[in-house]
Design a binder for this molecule. Structure first.
Ligand code: DLZ
Length: 203
């Protein structure tokens, strides 16, 4: 039996999206899953009409750090009004060229303008202790708070899964049953563009 779960198809056109600036903050834990998720998000953001140079990518150590990383990226983008976005962490262009490398840690980012939405991407895989529960709960609550406090849409790109295979399938790179699954990063990219257009200064 097929499942009814999942988002309805995203809108096919996003008028005004060429003006948008979208941020992605990703954790570096579980990078084998993070990489396709980030790539999927970038591809759908571009498919929706956002210029690759207007996609800012940064990383934090783990999902626990996503709320502060997201908060800082939003604040930094509102303060700094210069610098080429594509210089930051390699921008999104290298990902679109097929080079799905995640970013390396650097100093806080400058930006060439305020961000219209941010996707926060992390992968939490349950282990033998309670660590997973504490990080997942705090991370999700923290990200909701950042979105509400800043009025900049924060897209929840955090997978909270019980097994590695569950994570891989949700990044479209599943290894078992001949089923690669579906890359949720693609949905997050479209969600970011839709929310950026429905809220903030372009609404
Ligand atoms: C410590 C930890 C553990 C056990 N598991 C994960 C995980 O599955 N996914 C993830 O993104 N991060 C994990 N971390 C790291 C924490 O998020 C955090 O980076 C460290 O505790 C340092 O604050």
């Amino acid at each position: 039996m097929t499942s009814i779960k999942g988002p309805a198809p995203a809108p096919t056109s996003f008028p005004g999206s060429e003006k948008l600036r979208i941020g992605i903050v990703h954790a570096r834990w579980n990078s084998e899953v993070i990489e396709p998720l980030v790539k999927g998000a970038v591809e759908s953001i571009v498919k929706a009409g956002v210029k690759p140079e207007n996609i800012i990518i940064d990383s934090v150590p783990g999902s626990w750090e996503l709320p502060i990383g997201t908060s800082r990226m939003i604040a930094g983008s509102q303060i700094q009004a210069s610098s080429n976005a594509n210089d930051l962490m390699g921008g999104a262009t290298s990902l679109l060229d097929g080079e799905a490398s995640t970013t390396t840690p650097t100093t806080p980012k400058k930006s060439s303008g305020p961000l219209d939405a941010v996707i926060s991407i992390g992968v939490l895989i349950k282990g033998q202790t309670m660590h997973f529960e504490y990080i997942a709960e705090s991370c999700c609550q923290g990200l909701m708070r950042v979105g509400l406090d800043t009025s900049v849409p924060v897209i929840l790109g955090v997978l909270t899964v019980l097994t590695e295979e569950q994570a891989l399938k949700r990044a479209g790179v599943g290894r078992q049953d001949g089923d690669k699954g579906h890359n949720h990063g693609e949905d997050w990219g479209f969600a970011a563009v839709e929310m950026a257009l429905k809220t903030g200064k372009w609404a």
